[in-house]
Design a protein around this ligand. Structure first.
Ligand code: ADP
Ligand code: MG
Length: 232
């Protein structure tokens, strides 16, 4: 897991606590959680076009700078870009976004296919109990209904299964109204991987996988944010 240490250390070296989405997803990949294919390049048209060719259209382009973590709030996420012409326009818009960053980057990603349901997996550090894991259905169910479940890490496989079944929105993962069934086992694996990771790396303060796309055959992390504790 040399890779993980390197990513976390780079963050501390640059005096920041928040890993970019690109870095956060590299960490997820290292712990066995599937992520969208992604290429990080300097924010210039030529570099982005080359990256898109490598990924294959349709692509997603997102501005990766340290001072923007809620990207879509400022228009920093461009979805379903189908060709070079549209990509050039998207790059222009991304480069017009205000940022303090001296070296803005762009993450070019595969456009993930529509999920059965979007889920959210999170971790926060409780002052008394330590790392607490959170699970919920993405979108308005979490924001409006607070339909989430919590467990203190480490969790067992049984705990993970309970977390998933506990939420009111569970039928959305379980073939509601003729929808396909999401792969619950892969969601369990994801929760277990996060649980192990946060115990192995106590410098991690918060995690936010939002969203993770669920499918019949697995899961795919589409956006992620990892926040480190301030260096002691
Ligand atoms: P934010 O920082 O605003 O949370 P996200 O990276 O989560 O930005 O992107 C916003 C939304 O765009 C996501 O909730 C998801 O629905 C969609 N999205 C983001 N990346 C991809 C991708 N690679 N493929 C398909 N959809 C995506
Ligand atoms: Mg997000």
């Amino acid at each position: 897991m040399a890779e993980i240490k390197t990513i976390l250390q780079k963050c501390y070296d640059e005096h920041r606590n928040t890993l970019t989405e690109y870095e956060s997803k590299l960490v997820l990949k290292e712990i066995g959680i599937p992520i969208t294919r992604q290429e990080l390049v300097d924010a210039n048209e030529a570099a982005v076009l080359t990256a898109a060719k490598k990924i294959g259209y349709p692509v997603v382009a997102k501005l990766m700078v340290e001072d923007i973590s809620h990207k879509s709030d400022v228009g920093a996420v461009k979805l379903n870009i189908k060709n070079e012409t549209d990509l050039k326009a998207a790059v222009k818009e991304l480069m017009a976004i205000k940022t303090q960053s001296k070296a803005p980057k762009i993450s070019v990603q595969e456009m993930a296919k529509a999920p059965i349901t979007e889920i959210i997996i999170g971790m926060t550090t409780d002052a008394q109990f330590g790392p607490a894991l959170m699970f919920g259905i993405g979108g308005i169910l979490v924001e409006l209904m607070k339909d989430v479940s919590f467990r203190i890490a480490p969790i067992t496989k049984f705990d993970a299964e309970e977390m998933i079944h506990d939420i009111k929105g569970f039928p959305l993962l379980d073939g509601f109204r003729g929808k396909k069934k999401a792969n619950i086992q892969k969601i369990v694996d994801t929760l277990m991987a996060i649980s192990k990771f946060v115990l192995d790396y106590p410098e991690v303060d918060q995690m936010d996988l939002n969203p993770v796309f669920t499918y019949e055959d697995g899961v795919l992390a589409v956006d992620a944010r990892i926040i480190l504790k301030t260096h002691a």
